[in-house]
Design a protein around this ligand. Sequence first.
Ligand SMILES: NC(=O)c1ccc[n+]([C@@H]2O[C@H](COP(=O)([O-])OP(=O)(O)OC[C@H]3O[C@@H](n4cnc5c(N)ncnc54)[C@H](O)[C@@H]3O)[C@@H](O)[C@H]2O)c1
Ligand SMILES: O=C(O)C(=O)C[C@@H](O)[C@H](O)[C@H](O)COP(=O)(O)O
Ligand SMILES: [Zn+2]
Length: 353
Amino acid sequence: MSKQDVILCESLEHSLEQAIEKCPHDKLFVLTDEHTTSLCMPALRELSPLKNAVEIVIGAEDTHKTLDTLASVWQALSEKGASRHSLLINVGGGMVTDLGGFAAATFKRGIAYINIPTTLLAMVDASVGGKTGINFNGLKNEIGSFFPASSVLIETEFLRSLDRYNFLSGYAEMLKHGLISTPAHWSELLTFNTEHIDYSELKQLVGRSVQVKEDIVQQDPFEHGIRKALNLGHTVGHAFESLALAENRHVLHGYAVAWGVVCELYLSNVKAGFPTDKMRQTIQFIKENYGTFFIDCKTYDRLYEYMLHDKKNSSGIINFTLLKEVGDVSINQSATKDEIFEMLDFYRECMGS
Ligand SMILES: NC(=O)c1ccc[n+]([C@@H]2O[C@H](COP(=O)([O-])OP(=O)(O)OC[C@H]3O[C@@H](n4cnc5c(N)ncnc54)[C@H](O)[C@@H]3O)[C@@H](O)[C@H]2O)c1
Ligand SMILES: O=C(O)C(=O)C[C@@H](O)[C@H](O)[C@H](O)COP(=O)(O)O
Ligand SMILES: [Zn+2]
């Protein structure tokens, strides 16, 4: 996989000039969604490198992470004169960086792109590491590719306009990075004041969080092994998200991951010996900040079906990423249907669902 520069910006304009210089191009395109076009583009349009960029705007949020939206981006690129040597800049959250990255991966067999993530989730996770794609057939990221942005430019000033739900959604992926990295990082995340955000402290935390992801991706860019650590909470989280999409319930990705972490910490506890006190402490934080996704036992079969589509599975066996300790990850851990149903019982009991 080609090398990706991830920059925690001091001057976005300067970093952008350098990132664009790295990608010789004939025409510059910027992809935004209907919110980032008005919230983030006014500041970006002022910057000299973006003065002549052609803008493409798509609908916001995961309901638009679809083949139809992707086709509309291909169409716009094609009609507005993009060539194999054009450059795309994605400005937005993980929906824009995932879909825009996949548009770049596929348009004329691949054009260069740069990510400017504008949500917390996209800064610490989605914009980095080259996983691009769209949802399909009711399943999360069912179609996609590994195709990294040439540069990822993180400007945390964009976070000031983010609402609390989206802040917490991104924070869940940070908590995941804490659980898979070190007790010190996990513990600083549990004590950070999420109600009254200190933005300069948050910038430092973002830097440490994205470093956890970068280090893992560098070791295993195509997810043959240790990259599966980054999927902690996602076997169940993606099943919750698919159920929510099917039932038109509004659930943000990070919330689903947080509830998935509750389930997978339980499995970690019973199958890998993850300490009960640390499990309880993490679950308490999640309960207080994320509330509960309500499920009843009639949905267990459906959730199990969704888990059967997880990309970590093979030969029809559902594989989880579990923890023996904070920072001690066990990949490719299977669980039986009975164990999975017991895990869902535990989730309902402790989350009051
Ligand atoms: N590729 C990966 O490695 C990876 C990792 C994690 C998540 N994801 C994917 O990322 C997506 C979720 O990303 P997300 O949480 O950023 O959601 P999102 O992109 O849907 O953004 C959430 C909302 O915030 C708005 N927004 C964006 N920037 C803003 C700002 N600065 N101020 C105010 N509002 C702003 C958006 O317009 C949108 O309405 C999911 O599709 C998930 O599957 C991918
Ligand atoms: O980068 C990774 O690898 C991850 O698993 C990060 C996840 O937070 C992210 O949600 C990712 O898109 C999930 O990928 P998938 O392969 O399970 O669809
Ligand atoms: Zn995720």
